[in-house]
Design a protein around this ligand. Structure first.
Ligand code: TYM
Length: 332
């Protein structure tokens, strides 16, 4: 007899090109979990509109991200891939969960503090962002959430919200656990200092052409103490070396480690080798993305089918939540 697979949920914002930080920190992990779990993967457009954006290109960015995700190996036959705003129950559950979420918890979220620091006017969506994220996960009764390290605090709050709701209205929601891969938990950007992120403008796009990859990698910050080519370097403080760990064969990486420490290789050569290996490793993803991008109708159909399946589950959860909260059944 087949047993129900445990549910997982994760989301990604359509806020620019997919980069190797998303890929190594989350999406590669998502692909590896397809067999073991009943996976719901969501393009979270409602989250993306909490910061300034251009409404004219949001739809295209959603489509590009769907292409990037499928090209990375997310097989829509083996998971539920969909767009958040196509399932209105996300916003509905967010409201309901907001009634048990303490304001102080939202105000102390690191991401809220970081993002609002740069804005003249802070919108409420930025503050309630983690409640929507909790709604995303809990709507599908998600038990595990594969993410990068930066999402850990939001998940702690999700568990807190689930606990408070369960205490008030009866045990229903699981307390979802983060699934964080040790080797991809926090990928640094080209500056070698901060998290790779579109908002930091320090990314290596997943689908960049080889010549663009080479030009970008050339700008990467290396060991700051290594000024001249014949100075020995310290690969363990160098983000280019860290990236070799993800994209170069281990024998070559070991070689580079010694060559760097003995000044046998300069940073330019080391970067060129990384660019070649990156371009090679990502070539199949680029090729698949090119093919998919030529069939936007098919991608739309896949997303629509995903939303229909997601909505079936979401409706059941909302009915149960409404009933327990004394709101009765939704009108047909
Ligand atoms: P987002 O869109 O910023 O990132 C998507 C996923 O990529 C991971 N990630 C990274 N991992 C390691 N190093 C990096 N430099 C890096 N940059 C991004 C993120 O940890 C994430 O797993 N709030 C979420 C989206 C979201 C969500 C959810 C996630 C909305 N609802 C429900 C999980 C469950 C976000 O902004 O991710």
């Amino acid at each position: 007899m087949s047993q129900r697979k445990p549910r997982i949920f994760s989301g990604i914002q359509p806020s620019g090109e997919m980069h190797i930080g998303n890929y190594l920190g989350a999406v590669r992990n998502w692909v590896g979990l397809l067999d073991e779990f009943d996976a719901f993967y969501c393009i979270v457009d409602l989250h993306a509109i909490t910061v300034p954006y251009d409404p004219g290109d949001l739809e295209q960015r959603v489509l590009d991200l769907a292409v990037g995700l499928m090209a990375s190996g997310l097989d829509p036959e083996r998971c539920t891939l969909f767009v958040q705003s196509a399932v209105p129950e996300h916003a509905e559950l967010q409201w309901l969960l907001g009634t048990v979420t303490p304001l102080g918890e939202l105000q102390r979220m690191t991401q809220f503090k970081d993002k609002s620091r740069h804005l003249d006017s802070v919108n409420t969506g930025l503050l309630t962002y983690p409640v929507l994220q909790a709604a995303d996960i809990l709507l599908y009764l998600g038990e595990h959430v594969p993410v990068g390290e930066d999402q850990r605090q939001h998940l702690e709050l999700t568990r807190e919200i689930a606990r408070r709701w369960n205490a008030r209205f009866g045990d229903y929601f699981p307390e979802p656990q983060p699934l964080i891969l040790p080797q991809g938990r926090r990928i640094l950007g080209l500056d070698g200092a901060s998290k790779m992120s579109k908002s930091q403008d320090n990314t290596i796009p997943l689908l960049a052409e080889p010549e663009d990859l080479r030009a970008l990698v050339r700008t990467a910050v290396t060991d700051p103490a290594r000024v001249r080519k014949d100075d020995p370097g310290n690969p363990h403080v160098c983000n280019v070396f860290a990236l070799h760990g993800h994209f170069s064969p281990s024998a070559e990486r070991d070689d580079i480690e010694i060559l760097c420490q003995t000044a046998g290789i300069g940073c330019v050569d080391c970067k060129n080798r990384l660019s070649d290996n990156l371009a090679g490793a990502l070539a199949p993803v680029r090729d698949r993305a090119r093919e998919l991008a030529e069939q936007p109708g098919r991608v739309q159909e896949i997303l629509a089918a995903g939303a229909a399946r997601a909505r079936g589950v979401a409706r059941d959860t909302i009915s149960e939540v409404r009933e327990r909260m004394g709101l009765g059944s939704p009108s047909p």
